[in-house]
Design a protein around this ligand. Sequence first.
Ligand code: THU
Length: 130
Amino acid sequence: MAELEELLQVATDMLDRAYTPYSHFHVGAAAVGASGKIYGGCNIENAAYGVTNCAERTAIFSGIAAGEKRFTALLVTGNTEGAIAPCGSCRQVISEFFDQDAVIYLTNQKGALAETTVAGLLPGAFLELK
Ligand code: THU
């Protein structure tokens, strides 16, 4: 559970960094690279709404930019009533860089925790190179 607690702390810290002038909805994420390093991410909005980057993708892309090739686990959190779940675009990006059985933690700031896998989030994902 050490990993879970650390991921929740990193993702929670990310909530303060979210750039959300349009939705005011803060999301934080933490992704574990194959090296064992943890990468935090927040959502980053844009006046052209569709360009917005979700917290999950910010975490994953930060890891890729730091030299990671693969990831082993991801946690997402938000100020939601129940555990927050990644959007469809993030599910596709997660499928690209995580094994199908990698663990994905869905949490909120009130102690909710649901655990799923990449395959659970996006069964039958489009993976051209695999
Ligand atoms: N958002 C995320 O960052 N992750 C999710 O899993 C769902 C949605 C962001 C995008 C946008 O900035 C705000 O939440 C509202 O959709």
